[in-house]
Write a protein of this length. Structure first.
Lengths: 338, 379
């Protein structure tokens, strides 16, 4: 690669989420969408968050962006501390979500891309106009400079003929190109953190691999951190440095990616690995996790996974487990490892 | 086999689809619009109407529309002719003059076509004075005849005023009321609709109840009461704008509801969330991301509501509550239609109604055409 990779200071924390609790207040009761999750995002690292649909992955992301559908969804406790590159620290949970300060963090410092590339670009504006808008929102540059920058990022995300395609409307592009354009828009302001919420789920597998490789390259080149939300362990294996496994709003396991793949500890994580097909393992049947995710209105006492867990003990059904550090950097919330 | 090979070679190297994909959005819209014959015809009629009536009514009318002529009271239309009474062809069309007698039984002037008087019609002729754009004195008309001849293409009214000229001048008011009223409607309707849809909650509730309140008033009595409240000493221009405002005061409610529905849908779209994630402010999201998406809808609703405005103005003036004489509008001209005698003896005085129908139909066809053309999912 022609682009020089930047030297990164190791383990520099950009974002620290502590005991985040986000709840939805609905007619049927309170839904604890995120229930006491803590993690850190470090400079130049990819944090993967895995879990089934509805486990609170996306809500964690929206809580960080302060884009929850208020007043239904609210952060009830916990802190999200952001360390801007210019120094200091901000607790995002204390900012007014409409304030200019929060808007400066969104897009400028923390950018986000979404699952559906078909709908996350505005159909009435050209790709170029939308990227230029994003640039001019956060940087004091004239339109010509912004346009040059837009062409540059489009080129970086591997869109051919960016100087021509910049004038095209979203409907003139394919799904993969739109997602690339979204990534370009997110990168246009040199964010320090990129939150990618299932960025490749809606795309073909071949395109998926290309886009992920491209994201990984750009992540190194820009020296930014990525918070990658997905339900696909394959994507995690290809992209992440550190992995967080979530189940019904709680963190069940967290480890370095190699450690997690080689030595999954939590029965839920083990179940996830048993339920994905692996090339070369002939004759081995896939084992689904028994049962289904509990209703958010009627959660079991104790560990939420206990009703489905093959190794559940009496205590699992009575009390929620604490988090244990089994190996250095490998955390698991399970009574088995007490 | 040989034939197929030849055909294959003859077929263009670039498939037609490729050429189509390089057309810009505007070109595609324009193509789709041109394919709709009725819409194009409606558009052409409206362009002609707006040029002849709104821009240069004085030039296109053969007479001054305000001059009263005692000798030409209730003259029937004088039709241009190319063949005279002996069947001889004339290159230059002409009109016959009149001999006028007093019918002592009914005590009315009766006009007989006098084939001995022939007045050839000239293009770009000098005639009665008028003011171009309302302030430049001018006496050049598109059509004219030598005095003492007259060119009453649509006849005259009971005061001897040229009806054709009056229709053109009436169109100036009637067609502009539609536009001004619709502009006011768009401004009010999209602002209220957007606020209502984007912020929701209490504001939404208040605006929607206000809309319902306004919608539940009966139209005609509301307009009548409001225009009766206009001070009589107001100048015609001031009165005209007041009438437009009164009409749009009731008309914005429909647009506001439609815009609200659109914004409610767009607000939940991913691109709105994406724009928020980019750090865009509420104002920016509304103006840059939501309204342009609703724009095609607003334009169509607006085009389709111009005829409603024209009809409303016509109705008000017909009842004597809208535009006041001597200023003319189509509604003012149609006040004659209230008399049975007109319908029986002087049916040409109903001609303004034909123009109302033409204008309203054209706007409807044009609006339909635009709606189909801007819809990216049509065919």
């Amino acid at each position: 690669m022609a682009v020089q990779e930047r030297e990164l200071p190791a383990n520099e924390v950009l974002l620290e989420v502590k005991d985040l609790r986000t709840q939805f207040f609905t007619e049927q009761g309170v839904v604890k969408a995120v229930d006491g999750v803590s993690f850190t995002i470090k400079k130049g690292k990819v944090l993967g968050i895995v879990g089934e649909s509805g486990c609170g992955k996306s809500i964690t992301a929206l809580s960080i962006m302060r884009l929850l559908p208020e007043p239904r969804g609210k952060i009830v406790s916990g802190t999200i501390t952001f360390y801007p590159p210019e120094g200091g620290s901000v607790d995002i949970t204390r900012l007014d979500r409409h304030s200019a300060e929060m808007r400066r963090i969104r897009g400028r410092h923390i950018a986000m891309i979404f699952q559906e590339p078909m709908t996350s670009l505005n159909p009435v504006h050209t790709i170029g106009d939308q990227i230029i808008e994003a640039i001019q929102l956060h940087q004091d540059v004239d339109k010509e400079t912004a346009r040059k920058r837009a062409i540059e990022v489009l080129n970086q995300v591997d869109i051919p003929h960016p100087e021509r395609r910049i004038n095209e409307y979203p409907h003139q592009m394919s799904g993969g190109q739109r997602q690339r354009a979204m990534i370009a828009m997110a990168l246009s302001c040199y964010p320090s953190i990129l939150i990618a919420d299932e960025p490749t789920t809606a795309l073909d597998v071949t395109i998926q691999a290309k886009i992920l490789r491209n994201m990984r390259d750009l992540q190194r080149q820009y020296g930014m951190a990525i918070m990658l939300i997905t339900h696909d362990l394959g994507v995690i294996g290809q992209m992440a440095d550190e992995v967080l496994v979530m189940y019904v709003g709680r963190k069940v396991e967290q480890a370095d990616v190699r450690e997690l793949f080689l030595n999954p500890l939590h029965p839920y994580t083990q179940g996830l690995f048993r339920s994905i097909p692996l090339i070369g393992l002939k004759g081995k049947k896939l084992v689904p996790i028994a049962g289904s995710v509990p209703s958010p209105y009627n959660l079991p006492p104790g560990c939420y996974f206990a009703p489905r867990c093959p190794r559940a003990m009496d205590i699992c059904r009575q009390e929620a487990p604490a988090e244990y550090e089994v190996e250095p950097g490998h955390f698991v919330s399970c009574w088995l490892y007490k | 086999m040989a034939d197929t090979a030849v055909n294959l070679e003859a077929s263009p190297a670039v498939p037609i689809d490729q050429e189509r994909s390089t057309l810009t959005q505007t070109e595609l819209i324009w193509r789709r619009f041109l394919r709709n014959r009725l819409a194009v015809i409606g558009g052409i009629i409206l362009i002609v109407f707006y040029i002849t009536m709104v821009c240069f009514p004085g030039f296109f009318s053969p007479h001054n529309h305000l001059i009263q002529r005692e000798d030409y009271i209730s003259v029937p239309p004088q039709l241009p002719r190319w063949f005279d009474e002996e069947g001889k062809f004339h290159w230059r069309p002409f009109v016959y003059g009149f001999t006028t007698e007093l019918d002592m039984e009914r005590f009315e002037w009766v006009h007989f076509v006098d084939t001995s008087q022939k007045y050839p019609i000239y293009f770009i002729a000098r005639g009665e004075e008028y003011k171009l754009f309302g302030f430049i004195p001018c006496n050049i008309h598109l059509l004219g005849v030598e005095p003492p001849g007259t060119l009453f293409l649509f006849g005259t009214d009971e005061l001897g005023r040229c009806l054709f000229s009056r229709i053109l001048h009436g169109g100036q008011i009637s067609l502009t009321v539609g536009l001004v009223g619709v502009i006011l409607t768009i401004i009010l309707g999209s602002i209220m609709g957007t606020i209502s849809g984007y912020y929701g909650g209490l504001i939404d509730n208040l605006i929607q109840r206000l809309v319902e309140l306004l919608m539940s008033f009966p139209d005609i009595p509301l307009w009548a009461a409001l225009s009766a409240a206009l001070p009589p000493e107001w100048s015609p221009a001031k009165r005209f704008f007041a009438i437009s405002a009164i009409l749009s005061l009731r008309n914005w409610t429909g647009l506001a509801r439609q815009v609200r529905a659109k914004i409610l849908a767009f607000r939940e779209e991913d691109y709105t969330l994406a724009a928020q994630a980019m750090g865009a402010s509420d104002r920016r999201i509304i103006l840059v991301h939501l309204l342009p998406n609703a724009a095609s809808h607003i334009i169509v609703v607006a085009t389709l509501s111009i005829p409603g405005m024209i009809l409303a103005e016509t109705a008000l003036s017909f009842l004597g509550l809208g535009i006041q004489p001597p200023v003319v509008s189509w509604g003012v001209l149609l006040q004659h239609a209230q008399e049975v005698a007109v319908v029986m003896d002087r049916p040409w005085l109903l001609l303004p109604g034909l123009f109302v129908v033409l204008a309203v139909l054209s706007f409807n066809f044009l609006g339909d055409g635009i709606r189909d053309a801007v819809d990216p999912y049509s065919n």
